[in-house]
Design a protein around this ligand. Structure first.
Ligand SMILES: *Cc1c(COP(=O)(O)O)cnc(C)c1O
Length: 231
């Protein structure tokens, strides 16, 4: 078995156990394999072994790899600048990182041009770390209302990035916080806004995130190994 196949199987089996031990259906959790810094060959290998969804955090990297990668669903998981929306609008299944009305409006404008309804998540900075992108939890409901008026953008749920710590309680608080926020917004029944998806959990914390209701986990290192940013 290849390195990637072996890693992938391990990640999938950890997802299974986490779903099982929290009494959830395995089918409720989707694996998004995070492919940033990795080349098309490795990505294609993962796709051949069953990966259906890949996540990139830079527009530039999506552009560079798009043609060389086998058919797969692309997710943009990193910060998106308004002036780059036009490059990826025809390529991505889901944008996880919308954090302003202005960005949603720009996505709406470009989606309209190609007759697409772009699925998005709102990125929420649950932990309140200064270094992180994302809206404050208190802003979520109002932003959902405003974005719901845009015809070619559809909110499917929320995303967060937890602090890089090895503190189970803190991580549970952050992931649980995103779940509760989604629940609160769901209760408002904002027309056209769905809170079905919770994108949370990375290599080091996805089991905890699944325990708190994650429907998408974004795993890079666990599948491809440690990234080399010098290349
Ligand atoms: C890189 C990245 C991941 C994956 O991180 P790993 O620790 O390698 O699993 C997940 N989400 C986002 C937003 C990322 O940028």
């Amino acid at each position: 078995m290849s390195y990637i196949e072996n890693n992938l199987n391990q990640v999938l089996s950890q997802i299974n156990s986490a779903a099982e031990s929290s009494g959830r259906n395995r089918d409720e959790v989707k694996l998004v394999a995070v492919t940033k810094t990795y080349g098309a060959d490795l990505i294609n290998e993962a796709i051949e072994k069953g990966v259906t969804d890949i996540g990139e955090n830079r527009v530039q990297e999506i552009m560079e790899k798009y043609e060389a990668v086998l058919p797969v669903k692309w997710h943009l998981i990193g910060h998106l600048q308004k002036n780059k929306v036009k490059y990826i609008i025809d390529k991505v299944e889901l944008i996880h990182s919308v954090d302003s009305f202005e960005l949603a409006k720009e996505i709406d404008k470009h989606a309209k041009k190609i007759d697409k309804v772009q699925n998005i998540l709102l990125e929420v900075n649950v932990s309140g770390e200064e270094s992180k992108f994302g809206i404050r939890p208190e802003e979520c409901e109002e932003l959902c209302c405003r974005i719901s008026e845009l015809e070619n953008v559809k909110i499917q749920g929320l995303m967060t990035i937890a602090p890089f710590v090895d503190d189970k309680e803190l991580l549970e608080e952050v992931f649980g916080g995103l779940s509760q926020l989604a629940e609160k917004v769901r209760e408002k029944n904002i027309p056209g806004v769905s809170m079905d998806e919770l994108s949370m959990g990375m290599t080091n914390d996805f089991s905890i995130a699944i325990g708190k209701g994650a429907t998408m986990v974004r795993v890079g290192t666990g599948i491809f190994g440690k990234r080399d940013y010098t290349k």
